[in-house]
Design a protein around this ligand. Sequence first.
Ligand SMILES: Cc1ncc(COP(=O)(O)O)c(C=O)c1O
Length: 461
Amino acid sequence: MSKVEKKIEKLLDADRQYVWHPYTQMKDYKDRDPLFVERGEGVFLYDVYGNRYYDTISSWWAILHGHNHPVIKAHVKAQMERLEQVHFAGTTHAPAINLAQKLVELTPEPLCKVFYSDNGSTACEVAIKMSLQYWKQSGRPEKEKFISLERGYHGDTIGMLSLGGVPMFKGPFDCLTFHSHRLPTPYCYRCPLGLENHDMDDPEPACSLACLEDLEDLLRKEADKTAAIIMEPLLLGAGGMIIYPKAYLSKVAKMAKDHGVHLILDEVATGFGRTGRMFAFEHCQIVPDFLCLSKGLTGGYMPMGATVTTQEIFDAFYDDWEKGKTFFHGHTFTGNPLSSSAGLGSLEIFEKEEVLTRLPGRINTLAAGSKKISNHPNIGDIRHIGMICAFEIVQDKTAKKAFDSSKRIGFQIYLAGLKNGVILRPLGDVIYLFLPLCTTKKEIDDILGRTFDTFNETLPG
Ligand SMILES: Cc1ncc(COP(=O)(O)O)c(C=O)c1O
Protein backbone atom coordinates (compact mmCIF):
# COMPACT_ATOMS: atom_id res chain seq x y z
CA MET A 1 0.00 0.00 0.00
CA SER A 2 1.45 3.39 -1.00
CA LYS A 3 1.80 6.26 1.44
CA VAL A 4 -1.15 8.05 -0.17
CA GLU A 5 -3.34 4.93 -0.01
CA LYS A 6 -2.46 4.50 3.67
CA LYS A 7 -3.47 8.10 4.34
CA ILE A 8 -6.80 7.55 2.57
CA GLU A 9 -7.45 4.34 4.54
CA LYS A 10 -6.69 6.14 7.78
CA LEU A 11 -9.14 8.92 6.95
CA LEU A 12 -11.84 6.42 5.97
CA ASP A 13 -11.35 4.61 9.28
CA ALA A 14 -11.68 7.97 11.05
CA ASP A 15 -14.85 8.70 9.05
CA ARG A 16 -16.35 5.40 10.31
CA GLN A 17 -15.24 6.19 13.83
CA TYR A 18 -16.26 9.84 14.15
CA VAL A 19 -18.76 10.87 11.47
CA TRP A 20 -22.51 10.34 11.20
CA HIS A 21 -23.72 11.18 7.65
CA PRO A 22 -27.14 12.62 6.79
CA TYR A 23 -29.85 10.49 5.17
CA THR A 24 -27.53 7.50 5.46
CA GLN A 25 -27.90 4.09 7.05
CA MET A 26 -24.37 4.00 8.39
CA LYS A 27 -24.35 0.19 8.36
CA ASP A 28 -24.44 0.32 4.55
CA TYR A 29 -20.90 1.67 4.81
CA LYS A 30 -19.56 -0.89 7.27
CA ASP A 31 -17.80 -2.76 4.48
CA ARG A 32 -18.16 -0.20 1.72
CA ASP A 33 -16.47 3.18 1.41
CA PRO A 34 -18.41 6.39 0.82
CA LEU A 35 -17.43 8.32 -2.30
CA PHE A 36 -14.35 10.12 -1.02
CA VAL A 37 -14.42 13.42 -2.89
CA GLU A 38 -11.25 15.47 -3.18
CA ARG A 39 -12.14 18.29 -5.54
CA GLY A 40 -14.66 19.60 -8.04
CA GLU A 41 -14.22 21.19 -11.44
CA GLY A 42 -17.12 22.27 -13.65
CA VAL A 43 -19.69 19.46 -13.79
CA PHE A 44 -17.21 16.96 -12.38
CA LEU A 45 -16.29 15.70 -8.95
CA TYR A 46 -12.98 13.88 -8.52
CA ASP A 47 -12.37 11.33 -5.81
CA VAL A 48 -9.13 10.86 -3.90
CA TYR A 49 -8.08 8.09 -6.33
CA GLY A 50 -8.40 10.45 -9.31
CA ASN A 51 -11.68 8.96 -10.61
CA ARG A 52 -14.05 11.42 -12.26
CA TYR A 53 -17.81 11.55 -11.72
CA TYR A 54 -20.44 13.75 -13.30
CA ASP A 55 -22.11 15.75 -10.52
CA THR A 56 -25.48 14.67 -11.89
CA ILE A 57 -27.38 15.92 -8.84
CA SER A 58 -25.62 19.31 -8.56
CA SER A 59 -24.35 18.34 -5.08
CA TRP A 60 -27.87 18.12 -3.63
CA TRP A 61 -29.48 20.49 -6.11
CA ALA A 62 -27.23 23.39 -5.16
CA ILE A 63 -24.39 23.86 -7.68
CA LEU A 64 -25.54 25.99 -10.64
CA HIS A 65 -22.53 27.07 -12.68
CA GLY A 66 -20.23 24.16 -11.91
CA HIS A 67 -17.59 23.64 -9.25
CA ASN A 68 -14.56 25.88 -8.81
CA HIS A 69 -15.99 28.75 -10.87
CA PRO A 70 -13.46 31.62 -10.89
CA VAL A 71 -16.09 34.37 -10.55
CA ILE A 72 -17.69 33.01 -7.36
CA LYS A 73 -14.28 32.15 -5.95
CA ALA A 74 -13.05 35.69 -6.60
CA HIS A 75 -16.09 37.22 -4.88
CA VAL A 76 -15.74 35.02 -1.80
CA LYS A 77 -11.95 35.45 -1.59
CA ALA A 78 -12.21 39.24 -1.84
CA GLN A 79 -14.93 39.26 0.82
CA MET A 80 -12.85 37.00 3.08
CA GLU A 81 -10.14 39.69 3.06
CA ARG A 82 -12.65 42.26 4.33
CA LEU A 83 -15.24 40.65 6.60
CA GLU A 84 -16.25 37.02 7.09
CA GLN A 85 -19.11 37.29 9.59
CA VAL A 86 -21.05 39.87 11.53
CA HIS A 87 -24.39 39.70 13.35
CA PHE A 88 -27.15 41.14 11.17
CA ALA A 89 -29.34 42.80 13.81
CA GLY A 90 -28.58 46.51 13.97
CA THR A 91 -25.65 46.12 11.54
CA THR A 92 -25.50 45.84 7.78
CA HIS A 93 -22.91 45.35 5.03
CA ALA A 94 -22.60 45.87 1.30
CA PRO A 95 -22.82 42.24 0.06
CA ALA A 96 -26.14 41.61 1.83
CA ILE A 97 -27.57 44.96 0.69
CA ASN A 98 -26.48 44.43 -2.92
CA LEU A 99 -27.75 40.87 -3.03
CA ALA A 100 -31.14 41.89 -1.61
CA GLN A 101 -31.44 44.64 -4.22
CA LYS A 102 -30.56 42.20 -7.02
CA LEU A 103 -33.06 39.63 -5.76
CA VAL A 104 -35.81 42.25 -5.70
CA GLU A 105 -34.86 43.33 -9.23
CA LEU A 106 -35.10 39.70 -10.37
CA THR A 107 -38.52 39.10 -8.86
CA PRO A 108 -41.78 40.71 -10.04
CA GLU A 109 -43.78 43.24 -8.06
CA PRO A 110 -45.03 43.25 -5.37
CA LEU A 111 -42.10 41.17 -4.02
CA CYS A 112 -39.73 43.75 -2.58
CA LYS A 113 -38.33 42.79 0.86
CA VAL A 114 -35.66 40.18 1.56
CA PHE A 115 -35.27 38.42 4.91
CA TYR A 116 -32.12 36.28 5.11
CA SER A 117 -31.62 33.02 6.95
CA ASP A 118 -29.13 30.21 6.47
CA ASN A 119 -30.73 27.23 4.68
CA GLY A 120 -33.82 26.04 2.83
CA SER A 121 -35.76 24.84 5.86
CA THR A 122 -35.32 28.18 7.61
CA ALA A 123 -36.27 30.14 4.48
CA CYS A 124 -39.63 28.29 4.66
CA GLU A 125 -39.94 28.53 8.47
CA VAL A 126 -39.53 32.28 8.15
CA ALA A 127 -42.34 32.43 5.59
CA ILE A 128 -44.86 30.54 7.74
CA LYS A 129 -43.96 32.53 10.85
CA MET A 130 -44.27 35.83 8.95
CA SER A 131 -47.60 34.78 7.48
CA LEU A 132 -48.99 33.80 10.88
CA GLN A 133 -47.75 36.95 12.60
CA TYR A 134 -49.03 39.10 9.72
CA TRP A 135 -52.57 37.82 10.29
CA LYS A 136 -52.28 38.28 14.06
CA GLN A 137 -51.20 41.91 13.53
CA SER A 138 -53.83 42.57 10.86
CA GLY A 139 -56.93 41.90 12.91
CA ARG A 140 -57.27 38.25 11.80
CA PRO A 141 -55.69 36.29 14.70
CA GLU A 142 -57.82 33.23 13.97
CA LYS A 143 -55.96 32.56 10.71
CA GLU A 144 -53.54 29.97 12.09
CA LYS A 145 -53.81 26.93 9.83
CA PHE A 146 -51.65 25.87 6.91
CA ILE A 147 -52.31 23.83 3.80
CA SER A 148 -49.61 21.80 2.10
CA LEU A 149 -49.22 18.88 -0.31
CA GLU A 150 -48.87 15.17 0.24
CA ARG A 151 -45.31 14.36 -0.94
CA GLY A 152 -44.35 18.01 -0.54
CA TYR A 153 -41.01 18.68 1.13
CA HIS A 154 -39.80 21.85 2.80
CA GLY A 155 -36.99 20.68 5.05
CA ASP A 156 -36.25 18.69 8.17
CA THR A 157 -36.96 21.10 11.02
CA ILE A 158 -40.00 20.16 13.09
CA GLY A 159 -41.97 23.04 11.56
CA MET A 160 -41.20 21.95 8.03
CA LEU A 161 -41.77 18.28 8.84
CA SER A 162 -45.24 19.39 9.98
CA LEU A 163 -45.93 20.76 6.51
CA GLY A 164 -44.00 18.13 4.60
CA GLY A 165 -45.77 15.11 3.17
CA VAL A 166 -43.06 12.48 2.80
CA PRO A 167 -43.97 9.82 5.39
CA MET A 168 -40.49 8.24 5.54
CA PHE A 169 -38.90 11.51 6.68
CA LYS A 170 -41.49 12.09 9.38
CA GLY A 171 -40.96 8.66 10.91
CA PRO A 172 -40.82 8.84 14.69
CA PHE A 173 -41.13 12.64 14.73
CA ASP A 174 -44.78 12.76 13.75
CA CYS A 175 -45.70 13.15 17.43
CA LEU A 176 -43.85 16.47 17.53
CA THR A 177 -45.43 18.01 14.43
CA PHE A 178 -48.40 20.39 14.25
CA HIS A 179 -51.48 19.64 12.19
CA SER A 180 -51.79 20.93 8.63
CA HIS A 181 -54.32 20.18 5.91
CA ARG A 182 -52.72 17.96 3.31
CA LEU A 183 -53.86 18.01 -0.33
CA PRO A 184 -53.57 14.92 -2.53
CA THR A 185 -50.39 14.84 -4.63
CA PRO A 186 -50.85 16.04 -8.21
CA TYR A 187 -48.96 12.92 -9.28
CA CYS A 188 -50.26 12.39 -12.80
CA TYR A 189 -48.46 9.06 -13.39
CA ARG A 190 -50.22 7.66 -10.32
CA CYS A 191 -53.22 9.96 -10.23
CA PRO A 192 -54.93 9.62 -6.82
CA LEU A 193 -58.29 9.86 -8.64
CA GLY A 194 -57.32 7.41 -11.40
CA LEU A 195 -57.58 10.10 -14.11
CA GLU A 196 -55.33 10.59 -17.13
CA ASN A 197 -53.21 13.63 -17.90
CA HIS A 198 -49.87 13.57 -19.68
CA ASP A 199 -49.48 17.19 -20.69
CA MET A 200 -47.91 19.42 -18.05
CA ASP A 201 -48.21 22.52 -20.27
CA ASP A 202 -51.89 22.25 -21.22
CA PRO A 203 -53.78 25.23 -19.72
CA GLU A 204 -56.89 23.03 -19.56
CA PRO A 205 -55.78 19.50 -18.72
CA ALA A 206 -58.02 16.60 -19.76
CA CYS A 207 -58.62 15.69 -16.10
CA SER A 208 -60.01 19.21 -15.37
CA LEU A 209 -57.73 19.18 -12.30
CA ALA A 210 -60.37 17.30 -10.34
CA CYS A 211 -57.81 16.77 -7.58
CA LEU A 212 -58.22 20.45 -6.70
CA GLU A 213 -61.86 20.03 -5.71
CA ASP A 214 -60.63 19.16 -2.19
CA LEU A 215 -58.88 22.51 -1.98
CA GLU A 216 -61.89 24.46 -3.22
CA ASP A 217 -64.00 22.72 -0.63
CA LEU A 218 -61.46 23.27 2.13
CA LEU A 219 -61.05 26.96 1.35
CA ARG A 220 -64.81 27.49 1.23
CA LYS A 221 -65.05 26.08 4.75
CA GLU A 222 -61.73 27.02 6.34
CA ALA A 223 -60.20 30.04 4.56
CA ASP A 224 -61.15 32.20 7.54
CA LYS A 225 -58.91 30.07 9.74
CA THR A 226 -56.14 29.53 7.19
CA ALA A 227 -52.96 31.58 7.05
CA ALA A 228 -51.26 30.16 3.97
CA ILE A 229 -50.80 27.43 1.41
CA ILE A 230 -47.21 26.29 1.04
CA MET A 231 -45.99 24.33 -1.96
CA GLU A 232 -43.06 23.67 -4.25
CA PRO A 233 -43.91 25.13 -7.65
CA LEU A 234 -44.17 22.60 -10.53
CA LEU A 235 -41.76 20.06 -9.04
CA LEU A 236 -42.12 18.03 -5.86
CA GLY A 237 -38.43 17.28 -5.46
CA ALA A 238 -37.74 15.06 -2.46
CA GLY A 239 -41.26 13.60 -2.74
CA GLY A 240 -40.13 11.74 -5.89
CA MET A 241 -39.29 14.33 -8.57
CA ILE A 242 -42.98 14.63 -9.39
CA ILE A 243 -43.66 17.25 -12.05
CA TYR A 244 -47.20 18.56 -12.03
CA PRO A 245 -49.28 20.64 -14.48
CA LYS A 246 -48.64 24.36 -14.73
CA ALA A 247 -52.43 24.82 -14.73
CA TYR A 248 -52.52 23.26 -11.25
CA LEU A 249 -50.19 25.91 -9.85
CA SER A 250 -52.07 28.73 -11.62
CA LYS A 251 -55.34 27.47 -10.20
CA VAL A 252 -54.01 27.15 -6.65
CA ALA A 253 -52.62 30.70 -6.86
CA LYS A 254 -56.01 32.02 -8.00
CA MET A 255 -57.89 30.10 -5.30
CA ALA A 256 -55.53 31.38 -2.60
CA LYS A 257 -55.99 34.95 -3.77
CA ASP A 258 -59.78 34.63 -4.09
CA HIS A 259 -60.03 33.26 -0.55
CA GLY A 260 -57.58 35.69 1.09
CA VAL A 261 -54.99 33.05 1.94
CA HIS A 262 -51.24 33.62 1.47
CA LEU A 263 -49.37 31.64 -1.13
CA ILE A 264 -45.87 30.55 -0.04
CA LEU A 265 -43.80 29.16 -2.90
CA ASP A 266 -40.83 27.09 -1.86
CA GLU A 267 -38.32 27.61 -4.67
CA VAL A 268 -35.44 26.28 -2.61
CA ALA A 269 -34.86 23.58 -5.25
CA THR A 270 -36.50 25.09 -8.36
CA GLY A 271 -35.13 28.64 -8.05
CA PHE A 272 -32.34 30.12 -10.15
CA GLY A 273 -32.91 28.66 -13.59
CA ARG A 274 -33.46 24.99 -12.80
CA THR A 275 -36.76 24.84 -14.66
CA GLY A 276 -35.63 27.05 -17.54
CA ARG A 277 -36.88 30.30 -16.01
CA MET A 278 -35.19 32.18 -13.19
CA PHE A 279 -38.04 31.05 -10.91
CA ALA A 280 -40.50 28.24 -11.59
CA PHE A 281 -43.54 30.39 -10.79
CA GLU A 282 -42.71 32.54 -13.84
CA HIS A 283 -44.03 29.71 -16.03
CA CYS A 284 -47.51 30.53 -14.70
CA GLN A 285 -47.70 34.34 -14.62
CA ILE A 286 -48.41 34.31 -10.90
CA VAL A 287 -46.65 35.95 -7.96
CA PRO A 288 -46.55 34.43 -4.47
CA ASP A 289 -46.83 36.37 -1.20
CA PHE A 290 -43.65 34.67 -0.02
CA LEU A 291 -40.83 33.26 -2.11
CA CYS A 292 -38.41 30.92 -0.31
CA LEU A 293 -34.89 30.59 -1.70
CA SER A 294 -31.70 28.73 -0.81
CA LYS A 295 -29.40 26.14 -2.52
CA GLY A 296 -28.73 27.95 -5.84
CA LEU A 297 -28.96 31.35 -4.12
CA THR A 298 -25.16 31.26 -3.69
CA GLY A 299 -24.55 29.23 -6.84
CA GLY A 300 -24.47 26.34 -4.35
CA TYR A 301 -21.16 27.50 -2.82
CA MET A 302 -22.21 28.74 0.62
CA PRO A 303 -25.15 28.08 2.96
CA MET A 304 -27.81 30.78 2.79
CA GLY A 305 -31.58 31.17 2.79
CA ALA A 306 -33.78 34.07 1.79
CA THR A 307 -37.49 34.77 2.10
CA VAL A 308 -38.73 37.45 -0.26
CA THR A 309 -42.06 39.09 0.50
CA THR A 310 -44.23 42.13 -0.15
CA GLN A 311 -44.50 45.66 1.20
CA GLU A 312 -47.95 44.77 2.56
CA ILE A 313 -46.51 42.00 4.74
CA PHE A 314 -43.58 44.19 5.81
CA ASP A 315 -45.86 47.08 6.76
CA ALA A 316 -47.82 44.91 9.19
CA PHE A 317 -44.62 44.55 11.27
CA TYR A 318 -43.43 48.17 10.94
CA ASP A 319 -44.44 50.18 13.99
CA ASP A 320 -43.25 51.72 17.24
CA TRP A 321 -41.26 49.24 19.35
CA GLU A 322 -43.80 49.22 22.23
CA LYS A 323 -46.49 47.90 19.89
CA GLY A 324 -44.69 44.53 19.98
CA LYS A 325 -44.82 43.86 16.25
CA THR A 326 -41.14 43.00 15.76
CA PHE A 327 -40.40 39.79 13.87
CA PHE A 328 -38.46 37.86 16.49
CA HIS A 329 -36.56 35.49 14.29
CA GLY A 330 -32.91 35.31 13.32
CA HIS A 331 -29.91 33.04 12.94
CA THR A 332 -26.27 33.55 13.84
CA PHE A 333 -25.31 33.48 10.18
CA THR A 334 -28.24 35.54 8.87
CA GLY A 335 -27.02 37.50 5.82
CA ASN A 336 -23.48 36.13 6.20
CA PRO A 337 -21.08 38.31 4.15
CA LEU A 338 -19.29 35.36 2.49
CA SER A 339 -22.58 33.73 1.50
CA SER A 340 -23.92 37.06 0.22
CA SER A 341 -20.78 37.58 -1.86
CA ALA A 342 -21.14 34.08 -3.34
CA GLY A 343 -24.73 35.02 -4.25
CA LEU A 344 -23.50 38.17 -5.99
CA GLY A 345 -20.91 36.12 -7.86
CA SER A 346 -23.58 33.67 -9.01
CA LEU A 347 -25.88 36.43 -10.26
CA GLU A 348 -22.95 38.04 -12.08
CA ILE A 349 -22.42 34.73 -13.91
CA PHE A 350 -26.10 34.66 -14.88
CA GLU A 351 -25.61 38.04 -16.56
CA LYS A 352 -22.13 37.68 -18.04
CA GLU A 353 -22.51 34.13 -19.33
CA GLU A 354 -26.12 34.70 -20.44
CA VAL A 355 -27.03 31.53 -18.58
CA LEU A 356 -30.80 31.69 -19.10
CA THR A 357 -30.45 32.46 -22.82
CA ARG A 358 -28.24 29.42 -23.30
CA LEU A 359 -30.54 27.06 -21.43
CA PRO A 360 -33.27 26.19 -23.99
CA GLY A 361 -30.89 24.22 -26.28
CA ARG A 362 -29.56 22.22 -23.35
CA ILE A 363 -33.05 21.63 -21.99
CA ASN A 364 -34.20 20.31 -25.38
CA THR A 365 -31.23 17.94 -25.51
CA LEU A 366 -32.12 16.60 -22.06
CA ALA A 367 -35.83 16.31 -22.92
CA ALA A 368 -35.25 14.49 -26.22
CA GLY A 369 -32.41 12.34 -24.89
CA SER A 370 -34.25 11.19 -21.77
CA LYS A 371 -37.09 9.77 -23.90
CA LYS A 372 -34.72 7.44 -25.74
CA ILE A 373 -35.11 4.85 -22.98
CA SER A 374 -38.91 5.01 -22.89
CA ASN A 375 -39.25 1.48 -24.32
CA HIS A 376 -37.29 -0.08 -21.49
CA PRO A 377 -39.64 -2.51 -19.67
CA ASN A 378 -38.62 -1.19 -16.24
CA ILE A 379 -38.89 2.53 -16.95
CA GLY A 380 -42.48 3.30 -15.99
CA ASP A 381 -42.46 7.07 -16.34
CA ILE A 382 -40.04 9.68 -17.62
CA ARG A 383 -40.57 13.18 -16.26
CA HIS A 384 -38.83 16.31 -17.41
CA ILE A 385 -38.68 20.02 -16.61
CA GLY A 386 -35.79 22.37 -17.38
CA MET A 387 -32.44 20.81 -16.48
CA ILE A 388 -34.13 18.12 -14.40
CA CYS A 389 -35.41 14.72 -15.50
CA ALA A 390 -36.56 11.68 -13.57
CA PHE A 391 -37.05 8.00 -14.36
CA GLU A 392 -39.53 6.04 -12.28
CA ILE A 393 -38.37 2.44 -12.12
CA VAL A 394 -41.06 -0.26 -12.00
CA GLN A 395 -41.08 -4.02 -12.01
CA ASP A 396 -44.23 -4.23 -14.13
CA LYS A 397 -44.84 -1.39 -16.54
CA THR A 398 -48.45 -2.21 -17.39
CA ALA A 399 -49.53 -2.49 -13.76
CA LYS A 400 -47.12 0.34 -12.71
CA LYS A 401 -46.03 -2.09 -10.01
CA ALA A 402 -42.98 -1.10 -8.02
CA PHE A 403 -40.13 -3.44 -7.17
CA ASP A 404 -40.24 -5.02 -3.73
CA SER A 405 -38.57 -2.44 -1.48
CA SER A 406 -36.28 -5.14 0.00
CA LYS A 407 -34.55 -5.28 -3.42
CA ARG A 408 -33.37 -1.67 -2.90
CA ILE A 409 -33.33 -1.25 -6.65
CA GLY A 410 -32.57 2.48 -6.39
CA PHE A 411 -29.53 1.82 -4.22
CA GLN A 412 -28.28 -0.90 -6.62
CA ILE A 413 -28.54 1.60 -9.48
CA TYR A 414 -26.67 4.18 -7.41
CA LEU A 415 -23.79 1.78 -6.77
CA ALA A 416 -23.65 0.73 -10.43
CA GLY A 417 -23.83 4.37 -11.55
CA LEU A 418 -20.68 5.22 -9.60
CA LYS A 419 -18.80 2.61 -11.64
CA ASN A 420 -20.06 4.40 -14.76
CA GLY A 421 -19.00 7.84 -13.52
CA VAL A 422 -22.47 9.19 -12.69
CA ILE A 423 -24.00 9.94 -9.29
CA LEU A 424 -27.53 8.54 -9.53
CA ARG A 425 -28.75 9.18 -5.99
CA PRO A 426 -32.18 7.57 -5.80
CA LEU A 427 -35.39 8.83 -4.25
CA GLY A 428 -36.89 5.42 -3.55
CA ASP A 429 -37.28 3.92 -7.03
CA VAL A 430 -37.00 7.24 -8.81
CA ILE A 431 -33.63 7.98 -10.38
CA TYR A 432 -33.12 11.54 -11.48
CA LEU A 433 -30.71 13.95 -13.10
CA PHE A 434 -30.63 17.44 -11.58
CA LEU A 435 -27.93 18.93 -13.75
CA PRO A 436 -25.84 22.05 -13.19
CA LEU A 437 -26.98 24.75 -15.62
CA CYS A 438 -23.51 24.80 -17.18
CA THR A 439 -23.78 21.19 -18.42
CA THR A 440 -23.16 21.27 -22.18
CA LYS A 441 -25.20 19.33 -24.77
CA LYS A 442 -22.27 16.96 -25.29
CA GLU A 443 -22.05 16.33 -21.55
CA ILE A 444 -25.82 15.81 -21.33
CA ASP A 445 -25.62 13.14 -24.05
CA ASP A 446 -22.73 11.47 -22.25
CA ILE A 447 -24.54 11.56 -18.89
CA LEU A 448 -27.67 10.05 -20.43
CA GLY A 449 -25.61 7.34 -22.13
CA ARG A 450 -23.94 6.40 -18.84
CA THR A 451 -27.29 6.49 -17.03
CA PHE A 452 -28.93 4.19 -19.59
CA ASP A 453 -25.94 1.82 -19.47
CA THR A 454 -26.40 1.69 -15.70
CA PHE A 455 -30.11 0.90 -16.08
CA ASN A 456 -29.37 -1.84 -18.63
CA GLU A 457 -26.74 -3.41 -16.38
CA THR A 458 -28.87 -3.28 -13.21
CA LEU A 459 -32.49 -3.77 -14.20
CA PRO A 460 -33.88 -7.21 -15.05
CA GLY A 461 -35.68 -5.95 -18.20
C1 LIG B 1 -38.04 22.32 -1.90
C2 LIG B 1 -37.14 22.26 -0.71
N1 LIG B 1 -37.42 23.02 0.35
C3 LIG B 1 -36.62 23.02 1.43
C4 LIG B 1 -35.52 22.22 1.50
C5 LIG B 1 -34.68 22.21 2.73
O1 LIG B 1 -33.46 22.83 2.50
P1 LIG B 1 -32.25 22.61 3.52
O2 LIG B 1 -31.82 21.19 3.35
O3 LIG B 1 -31.21 23.58 3.07
O4 LIG B 1 -32.77 22.91 4.87
C6 LIG B 1 -35.20 21.41 0.41
C7 LIG B 1 -34.02 20.53 0.45
O5 LIG B 1 -33.82 19.65 -0.35
C8 LIG B 1 -36.03 21.42 -0.73
O6 LIG B 1 -35.79 20.65 -1.78
